[in-house]
Design a protein around this ligand. Structure first.
Ligand SMILES: [Zn+2]
Length: 290
């Protein structure tokens, strides 16, 4: 089943609130046939419009990833996309009765466990596998991502650096396997810098933030819960950098490819991740093996 396309074995549902909108929405995951891809279906809109999750439908990639097709939007898809990438799910329908994917616990753990729990089944065709052939680079100020040829799978490394404040410079490197993803990356929760969180509150964003679904990183390096401001119990001592890797995994899956490459990211976020996904996708055209 390793190189075959995959879907889930049965329908499964989940309800929760979106981080930005604070609205409760219901998700319904449904198995999907070969070569149909990852599709969101807005069941709260007449005609149940379908929004495919790929590089062509990305409409916003500043704080989170939004998709839009024919005026219909779906926000905050990145942690769900990471779970799909981690489990190697190529085809799935995700019905949703609102415009933002629920935050869960702020990581990909909940989605990973939920989908894995249905059973993951192989389909009759091979995955769209892409071996990167040449080096690609995207940058923005002092942030950058380099993708290099690598034939053993997907290797990811990240350098976190806030130029002396928040956290000391950190590096983290991991080979992307289903087991590494589930145990080392999926549980890492989203975090916000204390300075940005204040700005968010002023703009009325982050209505769904709770002590259970995000972390706040303060300039002195402490990490607290966002509302009670009590010390957060971390899943890993370096949970923040692991979450940055989680975001890259989700964002690169907008290519819908089983990617073989070595990714070296320095201080990148969704904007650069999405630009790299676009670049890889462009590069992959005419080179996919099936
Ligand atoms: Zn994230």
């Amino acid at each position: 089943m390793k190189n075959q396309q995959r879907t889930i074995a049965r329908v499964v549902e989940y309800s929760g609130i979106g981080l930005f909108t604070g609205e409760e929405v219901k998700l319904r995951f449904k198995p999907s046939s070969v070569n149909t891809g990852i599709n969101f279906i807005r069941t709260d809109i007449e005609g149940n419009p379908k929004i495919p999750a790929n590089v062509e439908t990305v409409s916003d990639c500043k704080q989170q990833i939004s998709l839009k097709k024919q005026g219909v939007e779906i926000k905050s898809i990145e942690h769900l996309m990471a779970a799909l990438a981690g489990l190697g799910i190529d085809n799935i329908e995700i019905e949703i009765n609102g415009n933002e994917v629920p935050a869960g616990d702020g990581s990909s753990l909940l989605f990973t466990q939920l989908l894995k729990g249905t059973g993951i089944v192989p389909l009759e065709k091979l995955k769209k596998t892409f071996f990167l052939q040449k080096e690609l680079k995207v940058s923005n100020g002092d942030a950058s991502i380099i993708a290099r040829p690598y034939d053993k799978g997907l290797s990811l490394s990240y350098i976190l650096d806030f130029n002396g404040s928040f956290l000391n410079r950190q590096c983290f490197e991991i080979e992307m396997t289903e087991s590494n993803f589930s145990t080392q990356i999926a549980p890492a929760r989203t975090f916000g810098l204390s300075t940005i969180v204040e700005e968010f509150k002023k703009k009325g964003l982050g209505k769904g933030v709770t002590d259970e679904n995000s972390l706040i990183l303060h300039e002195d390096g402490t990490i607290t819960k966002p509302l009670s401001m009590t010390p957060a119990k971390l899943k890993f001592p370096n949970e923040c950098i692991r979450h940055k890797i989680l975001d890259i995994i989700g964002d690169l899956y907008l290519t819908n490819l089983s990617l073989h490459a070595r990714i070296v990211a320095i201080k990148s976020g969704h904007y650069l991740n999405a630009r790299m996904a676009e670049k890889i996708f462009e590069n992959s055209k005419n080179q996919i093996n099936n």
